[in-house]
Design a protein around this ligand. Structure first.
Ligand code: FES
Length: 338
């Protein structure tokens, strides 16, 4: 039996007795704590926490979405973590956040539209009698119509846009969702969704500069966050968004970004493409587009969304530029299979 202390961002502290072989998430949920979670198998990152004292490792042999550098700096997925003696974790969200329980809801397709070589915009509208809310940056699970296959996508819209929900979905060769989107999806189709999930969302009332680095459809949660910042009363923090795709044909939502640049004067957008040339984008990756010349203060807050390799590189780069690791928040894409 190990004594484990969990501290929420609002200071709420709970001490748990975790049995040998039990993971910290299960122990916390059994005790009634409002802990964010979804897959319970190490892939969704919803149960992310930071080890602040003691020893606690992921179960031997378990694979997880965390990169080695994230584990080295103390990040843990509580669903995979077993305590080795007394230890403490901090959670990146208030104790009230987990009180919003995920729900299953029905929605209708409003629009399905190819917006880049390999990206589709799917606009859903909650059906009458269905409702859910979420925080900007969180994701939902979508059941591919006609199958029992579930995929996860971050909302590009904000809670204020409900009942409309917009997703940007990358087309994958042979993918079940891709097949539906390309061959069968039609306006008014019924789509079952479940959510919200995820511990990656905009922190409230942070005035320090924001840095956002997005790879491909990792732009979606950033759009939700930017629109939320824009709509929040009071002085807005400066936002530096670096958005990258592999090729110019992969870039999307550029008209929206331009519009938001007018609406939110503190927003600066940098576009990058790994290869090919494009007037509006530099060649390179979106991580390298942020440099020491940006003079980011140590209390700047960073949001990262993209493939694990990009996240690992961005964390290392931003920490080298002086950002505190505790102010860097990330959502990884996870392999979805077919
Ligand atoms: S609930 Fe732990 S990673 Fe998904």
């Amino acid at each position: 039996m190990s004594e484990v202390t969990l501290t929420f961002a609002d200071g709420a502290e709970h001490v748990l007795a975790v049995e040998a072989g039990q993971n910290v998430l299960d122990a916390g949920l059994a005790a009634g704590l409002p802990l964010l979670h979804q897959c319970r198998s190490g892939s969704c990152s919803s149960c992310l926490a930071r080890l602040t004292s003691g020893h606690a490792e992921h179960r031997a042999g378990a694979s997880s979405s965390l990169t080695p550098s994230e584990k080295a700096e103390g990040l843990r997925l509580l669903c995979m973590t077993e305590a080795q003696g007394g230890c403490s974790f901090s959670l990146g969200y208030d104790s009230k956040v987990g009180e919003t329980k995920p729900v299953v809801a029905q929605s209708f397709v409003n629009a399905v539209e190819r917006v880049a070589a390999d990206v589709v915009r799917l606009e859903l509208e909650l059906a009458e009698g269905s409702w859910m809310t979420f925080r900007p940056g969180q994701f939902i699970n979508v059941t591919v119509p006609g199958t029992d296959v579930v995929r996860s996508y971050s909302m590009a819209t904000t809670p204020a846009d409900l009942p409309r929900i917009e997703l940007f979905i990358r087309l994958l060769p042979g993918g079940v969702m891709s097949d539906w989107l390309e061959n069968r999806a039609a306006v008014d189709d019924v789509v079952t969704i479940e959510g919200p999930f995820g511990a990656f969302f905009l922190k409230d009332k942070v005035k320090a500069p924001h840095v956002m680095i997005a790879g491909g459809t990792g732009l979606a949660p950033m759009l939700s966050m930017i629109d939320t910042i824009r709509a929040t009363p009071g002085k807005k923090p400066p936002v530096l968004l670096s958005f990258g795709c592999q090729t110019p044909e992969g870039l999307f939502a550029l008209d929206r970004l331009e519009l938001r640049g007018h609406w939110l004067p503190g927003l600066e957008t940098r576009l990058s493409v790994d290869r090919g040339t494009c007037e509006s984008a530099r060649t390179g990756n979106p991580v390298a587009a942020i440099t020491a010349d940006d003079a980011l203060p140590p209390d700047a807050v960073a949001y990262l969304c993209g493939p694990p390799g990009m996240i690992a590189a961005a964390r290392a780069h931003l920490e080298a530029l002086g950002l505190s690791s505790e102010n860097i928040f990330a959502e990884h894409f996870t392999a979805s299979g077919a």
